[in-house]
Design a protein around this ligand. Structure first.
Ligand SMILES: Nc1ncnc2c1ncn2[C@@H]1O[C@H](COP(=O)(O)OP(=O)(O)OP(=O)(O)O)[C@@H](O)[C@H]1O
Ligand SMILES: [Mg+2]
Length: 255
């Protein structure tokens, strides 16, 4: 059984891609076979794992496979290997997917169909979502049915979470599925007054229901990204490895 996890929050710049790359790295570091799928047309995860060259590649690519329905095709051609895990890179053509899928047949089931056709048995598939609610994010929620939510430790996160929950509920109702929330990763936390207040709010709100992890603001995370790897493959030691390992360990036990 493959555990599939969407890393989602429609709010921009909260750390989805950072969390996706480093959770993938943590799981791989613990011996799992992992696939990271970059569903964001911006291609940040693709760049962050050193595959920027693939972003302009010709078809077939992630976007061209999602654009069509072919239940028997092989998707091996769009999977690349990275140092520690496999990657389905994003492609510049994916910017038009959101409009192309509008009104198309089974427009929210494309990613699920693609995952059904993978040749390799992965232990985990991690999907980095775009900063928007639309067909792409709906595809990720429906294909994974598990969501891990990164959020900044600031007041704006409250509304962002409410909006995301509404979307999750509407997919659950529309498709008669249950989407499991795996936890909240408070990201880029600096120990100032607002962050402290928000960490308390997260903990009070989710106590007993959802784990809340705290990823601090660390330049090591940026340096690993600039080197095309997660902090687990990067030569530099980082105190955030233990946080991402804790997330990975939790995922092993719950999905
Ligand atoms: N814990 C952290 N410490 C330092 N820098 C961070 C941290 N988390 C994220 N960043 C930086 O903040 C920026 C935004 O992070 P990231 O790209 O992961 O967010 P995102 O939610 O994926 O953004 P988008 O909504 O554009 O997809 C990036 O430049 C990233 O390197
Ligand atoms: Mg991103």
């Amino acid at each position: 059984m493959t555990s599939k996890i969407a890393i989602s929050n429609q709010k921009g710049g909260v750390g989805k891609t950072t969390v996706a790359i480093n959770v993938a790295g943590a799981l791989a570091n613990r011996g799992h076979e992992v696939l990271l799928a970059d569903l964001d047309p911006q291609g940040h995860a693709t760049e962050g794992v050193g595959l920027a060259d693939t972003y302009d590649s010709a078809k077939p690519h992630f976007g061209s496979v999602l654009e069509t329905i072919d239940e028997n095709r092989t998707v091996a051609e769009i999977v690349y290997s990275h140092e520690a895990f496999d990657v389905i890179p994003s492609n510049v053509d994916m910017f038009t997917l959101e409009t192309d899928l509008t009104g198309a047949m089974r427009s929210r089931e494309r990613l699920e169909l693609l995952f059904d056709n993978l040749d390799h048995d992965y232990d985990f598939i991690i999907v980095d979502c775009p900063p928007s609610l639309g067909h792409l994010t709906d595809n990720a929620l429906l294909a994974c049915q598990n969501v891990l939510i990164p959020a900044l430790a600031e007041g704006t996160s409250i509304r962002a979470l409410e909006i995301l929950y509404d979307q999750i509920e509407s997919i659950e109702r529309g498709y008669d599925v249950q989407i499991t929330q795996l936890g909240l990763v408070a990201n880029r936390v600096e120990h100032d007054g607002e962050a402290k207040e928000m960490m308390e709010w997260f903990e009070d709100t989710f106590e007993g229901q959802l784990p809340v992890w705290e990823v601090r603001k660390r330049v090591a995370l940026k340096r690993a990204w600039n080197n095309g790897v997660s902090i687990f493959e990067h030569e530099e030691e980082s105190d955030m490895e233990s946080v991402f390992t804790a997330v990975a360990t939790h995922l092993e036990g719950t999905v």
